[in-house]
Design a protein around this ligand. Structure first.
Ligand code: ATP
Length: 354
């Protein structure tokens, strides 16, 4: 069992408030992701949970018991840092075996070997087991660091951007392996990243942090489809959501500087006079008979999709079209927008619910 609760954690460093009243809970067996830009407070949160940092106020509960009364072994967390902390003169195998060989564990050498074999295969480091870690590349060291954490079964894994030093293909492969490993072993995991794709693809739930505050907690689906603020809306989704200044008049929505008035739906009645309209690129759909008119200003073919930048009045909207687009720069483009999937935000950035 592992259930971790953070209750109203505040942590200051001199004049910087790294965490301001942060609360969330991580459920047993959950893959929980902390997502936020640099300086948001992600690493500080992990350090508070690990007991490496004392909060100024608030507390952490491990399975309902206050963690500050626990010794490090009692907390039983496995931490994967951004920097690798390996023993350079030991082989990769001995680095991986180190946490398992603690006298208190009494694990037979044959079981250690079997466990390391399994983990090494998942992390694609079997061929490195006899090498000294000082001679490895950054990406290899990163995988050994992950391996050293996951050879054992701690109460919780705390992972701080563990895939950040890997090239794209390896990152993609390890994303899948880590998620698979986490699910088959049902290990409670707190994973920190600033990469929205990692967060959306790996998380059971995501907490979005900004300036030391939790902005939203939800499933990847919640965060993508019902972002609580314009900040969250822009943080997830690539290319970024189109955010357009707009106004309401007679129940109709007018985008400033663009000939795109339409009936407000859903949130219509709750909308203030001026607001921000959010439209995901996949919800702007070029169609020959589309209701709105513009011009193709730029095309970015990406293989599975093409980004079509459509100039409509003074606004340029980005639309994502499956496959290769038939448009050329300068072509007239008619398009529809998927009205059920529009997002409305008040002037302070908060979502107007629909
Ligand atoms: P990154 O993605 O860049 O690692 P982060 O979200 O992990 O960022 P933190 O490292 O938790 O952010 O830092 C949050 C804030 O607290 C930052 O403004 C940082 O400069 C500050 N901070 C963190 N640790 C210390 C420290 N030991 N002394 C002073 N300020 C600190």
């Amino acid at each position: 069992m592992a259930n971790i609760e953070l209750k109203n954690i505040t942590k200051r460093f001199a004049k910087t408030t790294a965490l301001a009243d942060v609360s969330f809970d991580i459920r047993d067996g959950e893959f929980f992701v902390l997502l936020g830009p640099s300086g948001a407070g992600k690493t500080t949160t992990l350090r508070v949970i690990a007991g490496l940092e004392q909060p100024d106020s608030g507390g952490v509960l491990f399975d309902g018991a206050p963690a500050d009364a626990m010794t490090t072994p009692e907390r039983d967390v496995a931490f994967v840092f951004q920097q690798y902390s390996l023993y350079p003169t030991m082989t990769v195998f001995d680095n991986l075996a180190f946490p398992l060989r603690a006298p208190s564990r009494q694990i037979p050498e044959a079981s250690i070997k079997e466990r390391i074999g399994e983990v090494a295969e998942k992390l694609r480091i079997t061929h490195l087991l006899d090498r000294k870690t000082a001679r490895l590349s950054g990406g290899e060291m990163q995988r050994v660091s992950i391996g050293r954490a996951i050879v054992r079964d701690p109460r919780i894994f705390l992972m701080d951007e563990p895939l950040s030093n890997l090239d794209f293909k390896l990152r993609e492969a390890l994303r899948v392996e880590l998620k698979h490993l986490q699910k088959t072993r049902a290990s409670t995991t707190l994973f920190v990243t600033h990469d929205q794709i990692e967060a959306l693809t790996m998380a059971d739930r995501i907490a979005v942090l900004n300036n030391g505050k939790v902005v939203q907690i939800g499933t990847p689906h919640d965060i993508y489809d019902r972002p609580a603020t314009t900040f969250v809306a822009q943080l997830v989704g690539s290319p970024r959501i189109n955010l357009l200044p707009a106004a309401r008049d007679d129940g109709r929505v007018h985008v400033d500087g663009a000939p795109t008035a339409f009936e407000a739906n859903g949130a219509g009645a709750a909308l203030p006079g001026s607001f921000t309209l959010g439209v995901r690129p996949e919800d702007i759909q070029p169609r020959p008979e589309g209701a709105f008119a513009g011009t193709a200003a730029l095309l970015e073919p990406l293989g599975v999709e093409t980004l079509v930048y459509i100039k409509a009045g003074e606004r340029t909207l980005v639309s994502s079209v499956p496959g290769i687009s038939r448009y050329a720069i300068g072509d007239a483009v008619r398009f529809n927008i998927v009205r059920e999937r529009l997002h409305y935000f008040a002037p302070n950035g908060a979502r107007v619910s629909s």
